[in-house]
Design a protein around this ligand. Structure first.
Ligand code: PLP
Length: 324
């Protein structure tokens, strides 16, 4: 699956620290921590009919990741939401939109990795694009990558950070193999997730998924488990081996970028009968219903042509953390 350029995004307005600029003119300093060391945290959000699905949970993960990385300046949630609103308004966006929210440790006084070189606050980037869910609904083909996910004592997956090289290396392996994405194992050899999504299998009516040890906490993953609970579908979070996936009745993956997507081939094995299965279809329908009724209103109506609202300096939790 290769995403394509969407011409609706040609003249996007992007938001860097409150400054709204055409995509071709937007800039991030070469001294910014994200350039210097990938020192940033991020979230992918999805806008449905003017509402962001599970905005609070996404902000929880962003803020707690920044706290774990000891960012000295973390903008207040309301300030982040204001910048999201301004960006959507500037682009006249209402539905079918993916928002990449990035918070970096900020600009450094000189090149280097030491966080004490950051003396002017964090950088908040809001990039909103017209982007419907990216995965095919026909069923994905996956291969298992040779690149493992870190355990918490290496780099805790609970920190949702911008160092995506493990995922990128795994994605390259998938590309070379002609697959859509790659399954990634933890260092014990159990399934962690894919390069971009959480993984579920269905075994005799039970939905099984790895525990949050080697995979990050997932907003869509949590929603799927809630849907199982609400609809009397048995589920379990436990270690899963590749063999269990090969012989599963169904397999699917989840994430904000692509919602729920069936996996029908893994490492040359056909999963189930090679078609998206009944549990995947059922949970996808419940998820669609959920995104249709839930969410925080950020774009109250379809674009009216009113210009963007003015920027007010980003209020921060100043001194939130000791500078380390
Ligand atoms: C590595 C990784 N796995 C899975 C996911 C899916 O998580 P979510 O459902 O919160 O979008 C993401 C999303 O950012 C991710 O970065």
């Amino acid at each position: 699956m290769l995403q394509k350029f969407d011409p609706r995004n040609r003249d996007l307005i992007v938001n860097v620290n409150g400054k709204l600029t055409h995509r071709d003119a937007a800039s991030v300093s070469p001294f910014d921590s994200v350039v210097q060391g990938g020192d940033a945290v991020w979230e992918g959000l999805r806008l449905y009919q003017g509402r962001i699905f599970r905005l609070e949970q996404h902000l929880d993960r962003l803020v707690s990741s920044a706290k774990a990385l000891a960012f000295a300046h973390i903008p207040m949630r309301e300030a982040i939401v204001t910048e999201i609103r301004r960006t959507l308004e500037a682009n006249g966006m209402f539905d079918g939109v993916h928002i990449r929210l990035t918070l970096t440790r900020g600009v450094k006084v000189t090149s280097g990795m030491d966080p004490r070189l950051n003396q002017s606050g964090s950088t908040l980037i809001v990039l909103a694009e017209h982007k419907p869910p990216v995965y095919s609904t026909e069923g994905l083909t996956l291969v298992t990558s040779s690149v493992r996910r870190f355990p918490p004592d290496c780099l805790d997956p609970r920190i949702h950070h911008n160092n995506l090289l493990q995922s990128i290396l795994a994605k390259i392996e998938a590309n070379v193999a002609g697959a859509d994405d790659a399954v990634m194992l933890d260092t014990r050899g159990f399934i962690a997730e894919t390069n971009a999504t959480h993984v579920f299998i269905v075994d005799r009516g039970r939905v099984l998924t790895p525990r949050v040890v080697a995979c990050p906490e997932g907003v869509t993953r949590a929603a799927v488990l809630e849907l199982c609970l609400a609809n009397g579908i048995p589920f379990e979070e436990r270690d899963l081996s590749l063999t269990e996936a090969y012989r599963a009745d169904e397999m699917f993956c989840s994430g904000t970028m692509g919602e729920l997507a069936a996996v029908t081939r893994l490492d040359g094995r056909v999963i189930g009968d090679g078609q998206p299965g009944p549990m995947t279809r059922r949970l996808s329908l419940h998820f669609k219903e959920m995104t249709g009724r839930e969410g925080t209103v950020v774009a109250p109506q379809a674009y009216t042509g009113a210009g963007p609202s003015p920027h007010v300096a980003l209020p921060c939790h100043r001194g939130h953390q000791e500078q380390v």
